[in-house]
Design a protein around this ligand. Sequence first.
Ligand code: IFM
Length: 480
Amino acid sequence: MISGTPDYRDHGLDFPEGFLFGSATASYQIEGAYDEDGRGPSIWDTFSHTPGRTVNGDTGDVADDHYHRLDADLDLMKRLGLESYRFSIAWPRIMPSGSGAVNPRGVEFYSRLVDGLLARDIRPIATLYHWDLPQPLEDAGGWPARDTAFRFADYAEAIGAALGDRVHAWTTLNEPWCSAYLGYGSGAHAPGRTSGRDALAAVHHLNLAHGLGLQALRSVVSKPDAQYSATLNFHVLRPGDDNADDAMRRIDALANRAFTGPMLRGEYSTDLLEDTADVTDWQFVRPGDLEQIHQPIDFLGVNYYSTATVRTWNGRSPRQTADGHKDAGGTPWPGSEMVEFIEQEGPYTAMGWNIAPDGLEELLVSLHEQFPELPLMVTENGAAFDDQVVDGAVHDERRIDYLQRHFTAAHRAMQRGVDLRGYQVWSLLDNFEWAYGYTKRFGIVHVDYETLQRTVKDSGHWYAELIRSRSIPPGPRSAR
Ligand code: IFM
């Protein structure tokens, strides 16, 4: 065993029984079959079909064709030894117009998926919303409209009733930060709107949807030990200069506490309301909403990729959006446009994101300190690199190195008392990376977009060994 390395390249560290090793995907990113079996259009269909919105005009029409290759993909998961699979359910397959009648063929697909997982002894972790809002609901106002939260609860009840006897864990929302601020603030994501006020209204209605959705699920799910959660993408902040305290506080309020506050404490923090007072008066928060949102959960899902370094804009250098996301004209930071995201020290992944495993350890420990009773799960972590298939193999050493270092970070957090229940690597398959189309490969399994052939990358084999041994194997740069 090698432990305590300064670069997080430990190996031989054991994970306890019950810790769930899995992998994650999302519906629009892998399924394809965008107009089959009664599926209605989502905001991502509209957005990706709008010229100029995605790199190369890529769409999710076919994606990985997972919809038609379900059994083979399930067998692949089994070969890797996955203990859990985190997938998302496409709301427009279940309720094609966003509300009203349930589409039995859509339900049937996810029912087969869940049964296929259970038959292979893989625990299903189902996310209800990973960004594919039915287009008719966007036409009626989208997430800035209060009604969308109530339609989400109806959808949660319908799918909860159908799958609630079998799903191990439910997640209401994936990364509502992206849905609200990239979808309605910067416009880099669907539906591509650029209004700070709408972005903040979306924040609140996503929070409300979480609370209403949890209650709806709990009213119909029959599996007695089913678990409930939400998944957030936290911004782990670093100071960009000696006067960065205010910049860090502002981004922490908008990105992190705007969701943990109402979901886990039943409040919006005063500084968030003050920072955004010129953008909105928050009158969309109605009496009783915070009680509806503040529902118990069994674990908090944590998505982590990199850190962000901020300072108050000094007017000298070009402004950047957070996380390298393309800025489509608006801001993802309503009321805090004076905060500048500055370039961080490398190395970087193909997304241009810095690799910082210490940020994961710090985040997990910090969440544990803030919410000591709340178990955590890493629901996404992984990296994009420009992988090539050579003689039938993909030697993605940099991804193995990335994963080894982040599993080490997770293990260190557990040694420091964090109740971490599992780790879902993003992603099982290369897939549609939103506005970047198919140009960024996150999979531990390579997908050839011409033939749709799957090739397990070296990182997939390395991860299979980690799961088999329940211990971090050496990586390409480990000290031996
Ligand atoms: O691909 C996305 C995923 O949909 C949400 N979390 C981040 C991933 C990488 O950008």
